[in-house]
Design a protein around this ligand. Structure first.
Ligand code: HEC
Ligand code: HEC
Length: 343
């Protein structure tokens, strides 16, 4: 559906309608109000989000036609009810049934992410799409065959036309639509947010947890997204093998820098009630286990983060968290759950 201006004369009204058509179908997608201190929703200049683009991306995200066997979708592993995770340590939900090498991350608030994947191996949501689409243990889709397959579904050509002004389906447009949908996955509607906005109070235990959090955790998990977009070695391991194309090396796999060995991206802490198990390989089943790791489980290695290293008055690596601190932290972390996210 190309924007075209008909000549004046008898067709002027029709011409006006056609010319204005794209204005309504290309209506920009407007995010809900964002928390203070957060930059406006980042969008690449070549792919600004529109209502039609987000709606198309949503349909694609849930469509099993995107997989080689036509039984799996992005949403098989990124399940809305689980805040776009899958509840498994290492997912076996892909096309091969073989366990993946890393835990499925939530997709909340990724529009602001500076790197994607646990090691930052993807730079933007557009280019990331081709990884899971092609991977034999994920969707195992033959990319060359996909545009024609989608074009056979009569609902898609008009939807692509609405979103992008052309009904010829390409992989690039598919990636753009999926990226627009994922940028729309915002989670800023928790009790924490209501408290920050002055609409509710939090209780004393939660407030204590907030104080402990600011003392020990916000250095890497700063609000409002609760991630610093950086990579840290949090002392989960002492040895990092180069097996499986360096997947266990963390950020070093991407940068080639030994200083990045064992460093993984700081995950958001929003919706933890629905994103278990935790850490890049899902090794912690519960939040008390995560806190026990920070308290007594942190192990020394050359790239261990400075915040977790032993120092003056701190004989052991890790964070000194009393039982009361940990109870309060759990209460505070629960204020970050946003029940409406994923609906
Ligand atoms: C078989 C399960 C599976 C499927 C299907 C799947 N993913 Fe993922 N996804 C993962 C895993 C595991 C990771 C983490 C990989 C890593 O970090 O190395 C991931 C990571 C991501 C990330 C990065 C998130 C972040 O915080 O960095 C995005 C975005 C994403 N997937 C989008 C998609 C899209 C879009 C699709 C469909 C085209 C899809 N995924 C299909 C398992 C899956
Ligand atoms: C030095 C930076 C740093 C500090 C300090 C830190 N974290 Fe983390 N946190 C990370 C990184 C990086 C990961 C991912 C580690 C991995 O899986 O390899 C993580 C993972 C987590 C996870 C798992 C989330 C998920 O989805 O898998 C939770 C929960 C968590 N941290 C809570 C906390 C709490 C609570 C504190 C304070 C007691 C804290 N963190 C302190 C950097 C940090």
């Amino acid at each position: 559906m190309k924007k075209q201006i008909l000549g004046l004369g008898g067709g002027w009204l029709l011409g006006w309608l056609v010319a204005c058509g794209p204005v309504t179908t290309h209506r920009p997608w407007a995010p809900p109000p964002l928390p203070p201190g957060l930059a406006a929703l980042p969008q690449p200049a070549h792919n600004p989000s529109t209502e039609a683009g987000v709606a198309l991306g949503r349909q694609l995200f849930f469509d099993p036609a995107l997989s080689g066997n036509n039984r799996l979708a992005c949403a098989s592993c990124h399940q809305p009810a689980r805040a776009f995770t899958d509840g498994q340590a290492l997912s076996q939900l892909g096309a091969s049934g073989r366990p993946l090498k890393r835990n499925v991350p939530t997709l909340a608030n990724l529009a602001w992410a500076e790197g994607l994947f646990w090691d930052g191996g993807a730079k933007n949501l557009e280019s990331l799409v081709f990884g899971p689409l092609r991977h034999p243990d994920e969707l195992a889709q033959d990319l060359a065959a996909l545009p024609a397959e989608l074009a056979r579904n009569p609902t898609y050509p008009p939807q692509f036309a609405q979103a992008f002004g052309t009904d010829s389906i390409t992989l690039a447009l598919l990636a753009r639509a999926l990226a627009q949908y994922q940028r729309s996955l915002l989670s800023f509607n928790s009790r924490y947010d209501a408290w920050q906005a002055g609409r509710i109070q939090i209780n004393d235990l939660e407030m204590n947890g907030w104080k402990v959090f600011n003392q020990h955790c916000s250095g890497c998990h700063p609000p409002p997204r609760f991630t610093d977009d950086r990579y840290h070695n949090t002392g989960l391991d002492t040895a990092f093998t180069p097996d499986h194309e360096g997947i266990y090396l963390g950020r070093e796999r991407i940068t080639g820098q030994p200083a990045d060995r064992g460093r993984f991206k700081t995950p958001t802490l929003r919706n933890l009630a629905r994103t278990a198990p935790y850490f890049h390989d899902g090794r912690a089943a519960t939040l008390p286990q995560v806190l026990a790791h920070y308290h007594t489980g942190v192990r020394l290695s050359p790239t261990l983060d400075s915040l977790l290293r032993p120092g003056p008055g701190k004989p052991r690596p890790g964070l000194a968290l009393s039982l009361a601190d940990r109870e309060a932290l759990l209460a505070f972390l629960a204020t970050l759950n946003d029940e409406g996210f994923g609906e």
